[in-house]
Design a protein around this ligand. Structure first.
Ligand code: KG4
Ligand code: ZN
Length: 351
C-alpha cells in the first residue's frame, strides 16, 4: 500500500501541533498552539503544566487541522506521532491520542523520533516554500533549539549519525538562561536577538568553550556563568545601559561556537550540503552567519522557513509517512520514551 496522507501529532515539549502531510513532503495543513504564557511566570517549561495543556489542546487542533484543509478521517491513510525523545508526560498525551484515533478509525500508527523530524524539515513543501533545487543527501545537519544542540551526518532517510552534541546546556537554553538573568523574560531568545541588534558584539569577551579541542562537541554552561560574573558587578542602571552590548556579545559567542563546529563537521565529512534547523535558527545573527559562511565556502545550505524549524507536526508527518511507506508500523504497543532509541542514530565511534 502507498500512503498518500498522514495525520501527524507533535507534543514532545510545550508546543502542541497537528498536521496533514503527503508522501512528497506536501504540507496540506499545520496548526499549532504554544504555551509560552503559561510557562512564563516560572521562567522555564514546567512539565506538568505542559502535559495538561497538551491534553486540552490536542483534539481541538486535530479538528481544526482537518477542517482547514477540508479533509476528513476517511481521507487519511495513517497516523504519525512523536514518541521520543522529549518530556515523557508531554509525549504520553500525543501517543495516547494517536493510538486512540488509530484504533477508532482503523488506521496504522507510526512513532517518530522528534530529531529525525527536524532533520527532514528541509524537504517539506507548501505554497510558499520548496526544497531548493538539487538539495539532497548526504548533508550535515545542525539541530539547535531549547532542548537540543547536535550535529548529524544525514546520509539518507533512516541513516543518521550523531557527530557531536552539547555536553551541558543547549544553545537555546543558554539564550533563555541569559535572558532570565538580565530580566528579558521567558523564552528569551527573541528578546536577546532584538536587544543585540543595536549592540556592539565586541564589547564583552565571553568564552568560546571547546573551540580548539578538535571535537564536534559543544558546551554552553560556562558562558552563562561568565555572563553572570559580569552582570553581578553592575548596578540596575548600568545593566540597562549595557544591555544591547551584553546581548550582542553573548549572542556572538553562541553563534561563533555553533558556526565553528558546523564548519569543522562539513570539513571532516567532506560533504557539500548542510542544514541548520530548530528554534534558535530564528536568530538573526545566526541566519546571517550561516548565509555568509555558505556563500564563502560554496556549500548548499538550507535553513527551512521558521514554521518548519520550530517544533511542528509537519516534520513529524513527513518522517512518519516515509517510514509507513517503507512498511514500518508501530502497532498499539508503541510507548513514549524520554530518550532516543539506540537504533535511531549511529554514534560516530561505531563507524
Ligand atoms: O525548536 P523550539 O521552538 O523548541 C524546542 O526547544 O524544542 O526552540 C525554542 C528555543 C528557545 O530556547 C528560544 O529562546 C530559542 O529557540 N529562540 C531563539 C530565537 N527564537 C527562538 N534564540 C535566539 N534567537 C532567536 N531569535
Ligand atoms: Zn525540537
Amino acid at each position: 500500500m502507498i500512503y498518500k496522507k498522514v495525520l501527524a501529532i507533535e507534543t514532545s515539549c510545550d508546543d502542541t501541533s497537528v498536521a496533514v502531510v503527503g508522501g512528497d513532503g506536501q504540507v496540506f495543513a499545520v496548526v499549532s498552539a504554544d504555551q509560552d504564557l503559561q510557562h512564563q511566570p516560572f521562567g522555564g517549561v514546567v512539565p506538568e503544566i505542559a502535559s495538561r495543556n497538551h491534553t486540552l489542546q490536542v483534539l481541538p487542533l486535530v479538528d481544526q487541522c482537518l477542517s482547514s484543509c477540508r479533509l476528513r478521517f476517511k481521507d487519511i491513510d495513517g497516523i504519525a506521532v512523536t514518541s521520543r525523545p522529549g518530556l515523557v508526560g508531554s509525549l504520553i498525551v500525543g501517543v495516547v491520542c494517536a493510538k486512540t484515533l488509530a484504533w477508532n478509525y482503523n488506521l496504522p500508527v507510526v512513532g517518530v523520533n522528534h530529531l529525525e523530524g527536524h532533520l527532514l524539515a528541509p524537504f517539506l513543501r507548501d505554497e510558499s516554500y520548496q526544497p531548493p533545487l538539487g538539495f539532497g543527501f548526504p548533508f550535515v545537519g545542525l539541530a539547535v533549539s531549547g532542548g537540543h544542540t547536535q550535529l548529524y551526518l544525514v546520509k539518507g532517510v533512516g541513516e543518521y549519525e550523531v557527530l557531536g552534541k552539547t555536553l551541558d546546556d543547549a544553545a537555546g537554553e543558554a539564550f533563555d538562561k541569559f535572558a532570565k538573568l538580565v530580566g528579558l523574560g521567558f523564552p528569551g531568545g527573541v528578546a536577546v536577538d532584538q536587544k543585540a541588534s543595536s549592540g556592539d558584539s565586541t564589547k564583552y569577551s565571553f568564552p568560546r568553550a571547546l573551540k580548539n579541542d578538535g571535537t564536534l562537541s559543544y558546551s554552553f554552561s560556562g558562558l552563562k556563568t561568565s555572563a553572570q560574573k559580569v552582570i553581578q558587578q553592575m548596578s540596575g542602571d548600568q545593566l540597562q545601559q549595557a544591555l544591547p552590548d551584553l546581548c550582542a556579545s553573548y549572542q556572538e559567542a553562541i553563534v561563533e561556537a555553533l558556526m565553528h563546529k558546523l564548519n569543522l563537521a562539513v570539513d571532516q565529512q567532506g560533504v557539500s550540503r548542510a542544514i541548520v534547523t530548530g528554534g534558535v535558527s530564528a536568530n538573526t545573527r545566526l541566519r546571517k552567519a550561516v548565509q555568509d559562511w555558505a556563500e564563502k565556502k560554496g556549500i548548499q545550505t538550507v535553513v527551512p522557513p521558521l514554521r518548519y524549524c520550530t517544533d511542528n507536526a509537519a516534520m513529524i508527518g513527513y518522517a512518519g509517512i516515509l517510514r509507513l511507506n517503507r512498511g514500518e508500523i508501530s502497532g498499539h504497543e508503541l510507548t513514549p520514551s524520554p530518550r532516543s532509541y539506540e537504533e535511531d542514530f549511529r554514534s560516530g565511534e561505531s563507524r
